[in-house]
Design a protein around this ligand. Structure first.
Ligand code: BGC
Length: 758
């Protein structure tokens, strides 16, 4: 059929009426019009159905559904023989429409990279690009065509477990990550066989749930939405993301899945998004609980009218859409529109010309999970760049490789935890634990002794929660003091103690909100006992969110934030501990001193009564029992060397057409080679609305040898000065701007320029 079409359209190209691109889009239109004209309403509804095998939907049932044209896409199947079988059945369906296959490729696929909060800590665009490219390569090699990623919700509340999946609190850093993931996963065109379509998520504001409680509501001024929370989604759409996944929560009183303003007025009309809008898992059904649909049929009506195209884990679209069209509650045009978008995506994926182009029937299970499909070298490099050095008293790190080392803690040898959540295609047996990494690195592995030290928690309910779907976290039922005594014993015989503490991966996942962000009591007891040995104590944190760590910070001689680093995590940690890599990571989220401070983020507004240095407590914005500032600020991270910085502006003023170049002189004033992330922040001093005290507007990395000097440049352009003003117009207002340069968001290293009124 494609051949016939081409013959029909080719003369138009040569006649000069259509460009090659237009010809392609014209051919696509003709092809899809033709297809739609042959499809029944039932089949059109089927194309909007995204299901996975599981529960009542056995593989056989799914195959039967596919064959009668009742399925548009499959998700969560990554086992090749099943995928090929499904596609074969789709080609037997009435109109032979191929399926696409989706999966959550969140931080790697077969090779697991650090969780996204870790990737963000690299503050390195090339690292993000590498992760996205390898993930897409591995996922497409497994037959997948689309992923529910990247997750670009701004996250400022560490009580929410899903902060682990995003890139932190800042719109600029998250937008950069989102843009890079979209560009590198999708590549130039979906026609590329290694291209994986992205569905950015969760549109919108999932990261702003009240109280950090999972699936709770969000309520926010439009100004804050457009200025901060919607920015990364817009960046991802502008980068060409072909799909969007909708958030499960309600936005200003209307569930996102039912929110016409969000999905149609903003996404389609203002942002001109013409890809596929996918609901989240079970979201249509949930509209009844939300109280905006009276029953299942009503929920389908509300969702499709709001702007949902495909329904994930759907039981209702197929069941009720044909009836709703018949009754006139929705028009066939509305159904056609949604169906057309799905077919367009499949067309662009090249599935109509070669339905099996991503599939490889020769891929047997053993090969699929084999070690030689992994990108270990890249995983190790990304992992070590994601580590953040939080403390290094008396330069205790890096350690010499010939020391006697005690490796202690419930996370020191856990293959499951180091992979982090959303690592379904990874294999725990292929992961390197910290204990293994350290043994691989030291001169003599016998100089390393290990003890479990403590259970992750004393709380049996937490274990029940973590092990709901299989034993992920083991409980050692020996008496707690015996487990600690064993650890103290080996600590006493060692030169240095490295304690691996934090969270189980399942504590930083979907549906894992916490109200208490401190380490569990069992781990605190262990650290206290280790500290009492008097041995130098290195605390290595493994966790998926900012924790409250004031006590541990005081105890530690050195402290590393390592998140969940993925397949090569253990080797990467050893690289940093022993100085094969000089840590360069920076925090993408502020770490609060205590839960009461939340939300604590650097880019807040000033108040009428800012907290000064004098008269701290009274009648200024403050807590009388806590500092305002976080324990570790956004952008913070140490190195084994030190850097000095100063900067100048090319001009004290600029106009609309102009720009200002910021030149930063950086010098490595320490004795080790190292990388520094130079951060540019701007502040609009006076405007028609209050503007944040500082906003990140640029970052660049520079690697310098000891005593070497270098330069980093940024260009400030008019567009970077724009914001949503008092009339909700996106403009720049003339006046004074502060430019801050530094190595974290607390920098007071400042210069000023004026934006002229012309
Ligand atoms: C999550 C999504 C995910 C989907 C499919 C849902 O529970 O909220 O982020 O993409 O499941 O796995």
């Amino acid at each position: 059929m494609m051949k016939k079409l081409a013959l029909f359209l080719l003369p138009l190209l040569f006649s000069g009426y259509l460009s090659a691109q237009e010809l392609n889009s014209e051919a696509k239109k003709v092809f899809i019009d033709n297809l739609l004209s042959k499809m029944t309403i039932q089949e059109k509804a089927g194309q909007l159905r995204l299901i996975s095998v599981g529960g009542d939907l056995t593989l056989d049932k799914v195959l039967d559904n596919i064959e009668v044209g009742e399925v548009g896409g499959i998700f969560n199947t990554i086992v090749e023989p099943d995928l090929s079988q499904m596609q074969e059945r789709a080609l037997k369906s009435p109109n032979k429409i191929p399926l696409f296959f989706g999966f959550d490729v969140i931080h790697g696929h077969r090779t697991i990279f650090p969780i996204n909060l870790g990737i963000a800590s690299s503050w390195d665009r090339s690292v993000m690009a590498k992760v996205a490219e390898i993930s897409a390569e591995e996922a497409t090699a497994d037959g997948l065509n689309i992923t529910w990623a990247p997750m670009i919700d701004i996250t400022r509340d560490p009580r929410w477990g899903r902060v682990s999946e995003g890139f932190g609190e800042d719109p600029y850093l998250t937008s950069e990550a989102g843009r890079i993931f979209v560009e590198r996963m999708q590549k130039q065109s979906l026609a590329d066989k290694k291209s994986l379509a992205t569905a950015v998520k969760h549109f919108a504001l999932y990261g702003a749930v009240e109280g950090g409680r999972e699936y709770n509501s969000t309520d926010m001024s439009e100004r804050k939405m457009f200025q901060e929370y919607l920015v990364p989604y817009k960046a991802a759409i502008d980068a060409g993301s072909r799909a969007v996944m909708v958030s499960l929560v309600s936005v200003n009183g209307i569930p996102a899945t039912a929110n016409h303003w969000l999905l149609t007025e903003v996404l389609r009309n203002q942002w001109h998004f013409d890809g596929v809008v996918v609901s989240d898992h079970g979201a249509i059904r949930e509209l009844i609980n939300h109280g905006v649909a009276s029953d299942a049929k009503d929920a389908v009506r509300v969702a499709i009218k709001a702007g949902i195209d495909m329904s994930m884990n759907d039981e209702y679209f197929l069941q009720f859409l044909p009836e709703l069209v018949k009754e006139g509650a929705i028009t066939e045009d509305q159904l056609n529109q949604a169906c057309r978008r799905v077919l367009e995506l499949k067309y662009d994926m090249g599935l109509f010309s070669d339905p099996n182009r991503y599939l490889d029937p020769k891929l047997d299970i053993e090969t699929m999970f084999s070690n030689n499909r992994l990108h270990r070298e890249e995983a190790r490099d990304v992992a070590r760049r994601s580590i953040v050095l939080l403390k290094n008293e008396n330069k205790i790190l890096p350690l010499a490789r010939n020391k006697k080392i005690a490796v202690i803690g419930p996370l020191a040898n856990s293959k499951r935890d180091i992979l982090g959540s959303w690592s379904g295609a990874g294999r725990t047996n292929l992961a390197v634990t910290p204990l293994e990494g350290i043994k691989n690195t030291v001169k003599n592995p016998k100089s390393v002794s290990y003890a479990f030290g403590a259970n992750l928690s004393d709380d049996v309910n937490l274990y029940r929660f973590l092990n709901l779907y299989g034993e992920n976290t083991k409980f050692d039922d020996r008496p707690a003091d015996k487990i600690i005594a064993e650890a103290v014993n080996i600590a006493k015989k060692s030169d240095v103690v490295i304690a691996f503490v934090g969270e189980a991966e399942g504590m930083a996942h979907e549906s894992s909100s916490r109200t208490d962000l401190s380490l569990q009591a069992s781990q605190k007891r262990l650290l206290k006992a280790l500290k009492e040995t008097g041995k130098p104590l290195v605390i290595v944190l493994m966790n998926g969110r900012p924790l409250t760590l004031t006590e541990e910070y005081a105890q530690a001689d050195a402290m590393l934030e390592t998140w969940f680093l993925g397949t090569e995590g253990g080797n990467a940690i050893a690289d940093v501990l022993f100085g094969q890599y000089n840590p360069s990571g920076k925090l993408p989220m502020s770490f609060p001193n205590n839960v009461g401070q939340i939300p604590v983020y650097y880019s807040h507004l000033n108040t009428g009564r800012p907290r000064g240095t004098e008269n701290m407590g009274k009648y200024t914005t403050s807590y009388f029992d806590s500092p305002n500032e976080p324990l570790f600020p956004f952008g913070f991270g140490l190195s084994y060397t030190d850097f000095a910085m100063d900067f100048s502006l090319s001009s004290p003023e600029m106009d609309k057409e102009g720009e200002i170049v910021v030149t930063v002189n950086v010098e490595n004033i320490g004795d080790k080679e190292g990388m520094q992330t130079v951060q540019l922040y701007l502040q609009d001093v006076t405007a028609s609305v209050s503007r944040p005290v500082k906003e990140l507007m640029g970052f660049e990395n520079i690697t310098l040898k000891p005593h070497e000097k270098g330069k980093v440049k940024f260009t400030i352009k008019y567009d970077m000065l724009k914001f949503w003003n008092d009339k909700m117009q996106y403009v720049a207002e003339p006046g004074k701007f502060n430019v801050f340069i530094g190595s974290d968001s607390t920098t007071q290293n400042k210069q000023t320029f004026t934006l002229l009124d012309k």
